[in-house]
Write a protein that binds this ligand. Structure first.
Ligand code: HEC
Length: 113
């Protein structure tokens, strides 16, 4: 009984995320994302502060946004000579973990006087 209800909860979550295209069906693990981010740090920094002028900062960026962009690079919907190569072999789980890592970084903004 318990098992069956867990399965239907999981199915409901899967269905919901498939419909909304926002939440991930995977439990995102920022610690795993931190490890995976070693592939990204040369351009985006491990801390999400970009190291090259043409790359955006990812620190504190929303998980949903990062995830959607990585999936768009992977599918070819969004194209960039560097990111299309980087994203090509990422799994949904890796994308979720990476997005969770960068979102978890706390940032503060200071406006000019
Ligand atoms: C060789 C440099 C390089 C590497 C390595 C790299 N990126 Fe990027 N990334 C870029 C550049 C440049 C852009 C800007 C693309 C554009 O102008 O459209 C970008 C864009 C992005 C964006 C879109 C951000 C936005 O504001 O729209 C995300 C998300 C992203 N990268 C995540 C990653 C992740 C995660 C990794 C590691 C798995 C990674 N990148 C590795 C260079 C890199």
């Amino acid at each position: 009984m318990l098992r069956k209800s867990k399965t239907s909860v999981a199915a409901a979550i899967l269905l919901t995320s498939a419909l909304t295209l926002t939440a991930s069906a995977f439990a995102a693990d920022p610690a795993e994302g931190r490890k995976l981010a070693s592939q990204c740090k040369i351009c985006h920094g491990l801390d999400g502060i970009a190291k090259i002028p043409i790359a955006p900062n990812l620190a504190g960026e929303s998980q949903i946004y990062i995830q959607n962009q990585l999936k768009a690079f992977r599918s070819g919907k969004r194209q960039h000579e560097m990111m299309s190569v980087v994203a090509k072999n990422l799994t949904d789980q890796q994308i979720a973990d990476l997005a969770a890592w960068y979102q978890s970084i706390e940032i503060t903004a200071r406006m000019p006087e």
